[in-house]
Design a protein around this ligand. Sequence first.
Ligand code: ZN
Length: 432
Amino acid sequence: MGEKKAAALLFAACIILLLLVRARYSAPSCPGCNVLMITLDVLPASHLGTYGYSRNTTPNIDAFAAKSWLFEKAVSPTHITFDSDASILLGRPIKKARLGALAMSAPNYFMERAGLAGDLMLPEFLLRKGYYTFRRSCVDWAFPRGLGGDFQERVIGDCFVPGASEWEGLDEAAPAEISRLPRPFFAFYNSFYLHDPYDDGNVTPFFYPEYPGRLRNATLDFMRSYVANGVYYGTDTGNESWELSAEDLAWIVSRYDDKLRREDEAVGKILGFLNESGRLGDTIVVITSEHGEELGASLVHQSFGHGGLSAQTVHVPLIIRVPGAKPRRIGSLVQTTDIYGFLASVLGFEPPRGVSKTALLSGREYAFSFEGRDSGKGGSVITADGLKVQRAVEGNLIVSRVDFGTDEEIPSDERAPAWLIAAVDREIAKSS
Ligand SMILES: [Zn+2]
């Protein structure tokens, strides 16, 4: 073969490859479609069946994911709900401390002060495009524009009432609400049902009913008293503390999984309604979480709750179904802050300045999450192959390896590359 011919062939091969790559990542289109976003707070990806969990916790979400796009490596911007919601709706990480208390009383003033005067949060952006914006939650956070005042309609239910309702009544209310919303709509349902205490008043354990240990009769309020580093600090038993056995840990995780199973049933009711009423034909559905939860799996933290940045607190599920788009599992690294730009592009709009419309499709070199504690500046970056570099609030660097399949995190003594250290410090400065 002549050199010229070989070059021409190579060129053709490159073009074909480029077209294939483009086809693989080309954005779906759904102008005028409704958007339903469901966020299930406190949900690590590793506890869903479709993400590889050994228990059948989420059969309904799994079945829906099989008909959707599933992002295997989606990372939340932080481990705190308020900050995460604000960041998702702004399309990039933004820390509450930067927003400040002013956000509650003088949103527009605050936006200017924070240098965000020209920015539009997603509800407000869609409102200006003719969308009806609706939010149901059990927390009446007044977000600065967007997630508070500028949802045209807000319904606030009850939070943290064990046994009072299944899934805070979201599943009961949603079908009627979705049916009556003017179209096109952006409806944002946000559930706190999975939050500790892992006690929803259901006294019959589904997972691990044979547990023989002493926590069995403790009120499940124990999660309020925190189980840290393998030690249970009881309150219901008079503040005694003891080291948890493997069975005790499994019992606690099982109570969380029980709740997740019930959460999944409730989500299943809403998805079933969308399907039966034909609304899946013109509604984009997004299912994700504000942040995950440490459930004792991390070898770095071995703790519970979501007080810090770990694989379990920032690796979250992300499932998106766009009418007409073929199902697929996407292995590239993305962030939940990329949802905004993606939705804008699918709906046929140019997203506002600073919001990327391609990040969700192209993937990221690293995912950034910031330390949610108000006073501290810290954050972490994770690469697609699981290298995590964290700048602790105290200033030191922590390097670990993350397994996106299990959310296990193992300390590493490898040297963090300079570009990654620079990245985490740059992102911390930008977001806080
Ligand atoms: Zn939360």
